[in-house]
Design a protein around this ligand. Structure first.
Ligand SMILES: NC(=O)C1=CN([C@@H]2O[C@H](COP(=O)(O)OP(=O)(O)OC[C@H]3O[C@@H](n4cnc5c(N)ncnc54)[C@H](OP(=O)(O)O)[C@@H]3O)[C@@H](O)[C@H]2O)C=CC1
Ligand SMILES: O=C(O)C1=N[C@H](C(=O)O)C[C@H](O)C1
Length: 248
């Protein structure tokens, strides 16, 4: 039995790659490919069982609202998640107990491993800063991956009994020390020619450790998207992070 999959944001950088990946997968069937201006009713009319949502922080909530309330499982990589947004989708899912929703800040295995390694290192180093580097068309900063990485690092530090980092800066220009994500400075670079890159820099007496990941092509996200599609139909509720579908 093939799974019928729709892609929302099908003309975008990652969405267009996802369309090709779904079409090439023997166990999946492309039910619909929605772009801006498409009607969400196409999802139900096409019999889509899973929607892969890859659009924009301004669009994702409307798309998820429609899918959850029409019995369509969702895999989304769209960014811009806040606690308030997560609480809203949890509320929708409470009325749809059989439905699965995966929100994946990053679909690439290397990026997920980078986050995992950073969680481990976080226990052992006094200082940590995150630098994320992306293409020049990105809407959100810091990236979803960097935000999640910083949150995981902060939680690991707290669990290990490490106090929040002290910043000695007394004189600075606004933004010079990056965004503060749970006490971890996160710096965002936007540069034509880049795709998606992140380095997590740890420091302690006389040594540093840098954990760097580079996505060089959108194909890096496809195995994760396909895994998400296959797993989400058998995993009711909200799953935040593809690592939960991996044996890490
Ligand atoms: N989790 C992960 O691993 C990854 C996540 N992303 C995230 O995915 C999202 C998309 O990124 P990217 O492909 O680079 O962005 P693009 O702008 O290239 O693509 C987004 C596409 O979605 C379309 N779109 C916007 N709103 C809607 C809507 N309501 N219905 C249908 N289509 C819509 C856009 O149309 P238009 O151009 O007309 O606005 C555009 O074609 C971002 O949030 C990005 O951060 C990206 C890569 C990896
Ligand atoms: O916009 C992108 O390109 C990406 N967005 C995601 C993020 O914000 O973390 C994932 C990856 O970094 C590519």
């Amino acid at each position: 039995m093939t799974l019928r999959v729709a892609v929302i944001g099908a003309k975008g950088r990652i969405g267009s790659e996802a369309v090709k990946a779904v079409e090439a997968a023997p166990d999946l069937e492309l039910a619909a490919a929605l772009g801006r201006g498409s009607k969400l009713e196409e999802l139900t009319e096409s019999g889509a069982q899973v929607a892969v949502e890859l659009t924009h922080p301004d669009s994702v909530m409307g798309n998820l609202d429609y899918c959850v309330h029409n019995g369509i499982h969702v895999v989304t990589g769209t960014t811009g998640w806040t606690d308030e947004r997560l609480a809203t989708v949890r509320g929708w899912l409470a009325d749809a107990p059989d439905l699965g929703l995966l929100i994946a800040p990053n679909f690439s295995i290397g990026a997920i491993l980078g986050m995992k390694f950073s969680q481990i290192a976080a226990r052992y180093f006094e200082s940590v800063e995150v630098v994320e580097l992306h293409h020049d068309r990105k809407a959100d900063a810091p990236s979803g991956t960097a935000t999640r990485t910083a949150q995981l690092i902060a939680a690991a530090r707290a669990e290990a009994g490490r106090p929040k980092q002290q910043d000695p800066t007394t004189h600075s220009l606004p933004g010079a020390r990056g965004a503060d994500v749970d006490g971890v400075p996160v710096h965002a670079v936007r540069l034509r020619g880049l795709l998606a890159h992140q380095q997590v820099m740890f420091g302690d007496t006389g040594e540093t450790l840098t954990i760097r990941h580079d996505s060089l092509h959108h194909s890096s996200f496809m195995p994760g998207i396909l895994l998400g599609v296959r797993k989400v139909v058998e995993t009711p509720g909200l799953t935040f992070g593809l690592e939960h579908f991996l044996d890490l």
